[in-house]
Design a protein around this ligand. Structure first.
Ligand SMILES: N[C@@H](CCC(=O)N[C@@H](CS)C(=O)NCC(=O)O)C(=O)O
Length: 205
């Protein structure tokens, strides 16, 4: 079966979500990575007909044409795969998975906006303070939830939280969150060792 082109970068956490999902679902060989450089300040005009938001990931599918964003692409891949799946069926587990995904993805959104703010001179101290407060709150909630994270299956919510923590380490290597969050740190180390996570490291290429 033909491979599906995926606009891809080794620096993008949202792309990594898709690649990890593809590996977890046994579909990695269905995807053809198309290296793509985009940024808020560097739009690729060729991307816009494929994703008018100008963002990656975008996956070309036989049934739906170009699909975006990472959550939608992961759900699409989940539909192609045999169990075990990354998206629970309707019911409480689905709602809880969706909440975890919102937390992990929202964390990613904050970290990306934060990096953009750091490129500006002068930076807005109120915005930076807000990011710091949210990062503190998110890590506190995740530390509280770490036993539950460890007790359940690796679904789209846990996958996204794992990618967000990996991105935090990638872009803020000097920020030691592990010392104050030992249970979260232990869980992150376990999930970071999964073959799907190992197959898709962040690289600043
Ligand atoms: N909500 C989107 C976010 C995607 C996103 O922001 N990707 C970044 C790369 S990490 C991007 O393409 N940025 C370019 C831009 O904002 O114009 C998703 O989950 O796919």
């Amino acid at each position: 079966m033909a491979r599906m082109p995926l606009h891809w970068s080794s620096r993008s956490p949202y792309v990594r979500k898709v690649v990890v999902a593809a590996h977890e679902l046994g579909l990695a060989d269905r995807i053809e990575a198309v290296p793509t450089k985009v940024a808020m300040t560097a739009i690729d005009p060729a991307m816009l007909p494929r994703n008018p938001l100008g963002k990656i990931p975008a996956l070309q599918t036989p049934e739906h044409g170009w699909l975006y964003d990472s959550f939608v692409i992961c759900e699409y891949l989940d539909g192609l795969a045999a169990p075990p799946k990354l998206f629970p069926g309707p019911g409480p587990a689905r709602v809880e998975s969706g909440r975890r995904h919102a937390l992990g993805n929202g964390f990613l959104d904050i970290l990306l906006l934060w990096r953009t703010e750091l490129t500006r001179t002068p930076q807005h101290p109120g915005i930076i303070a807000g990011f710091e407060a949210k990062r503190t709150a998110i890590l506190a909630v995740l530390e509280e939830e770490a036993p539950a994270l460890a007790a359940g299956p690796f679904e789209i919510g846990r996958l996204t939280i794992a990618v967000a923590l990996g991105y935090l380490d990638f872009r803020w290597p000097d920020f030691d969150w592990r010392g104050a969050h030992p249970r979260l740190s232990a869980w992150e180390s376990t999930v970071a060792a999964r073959p799907a996570m190992q197959a898709s490291p962040f690289i600043d290429a």
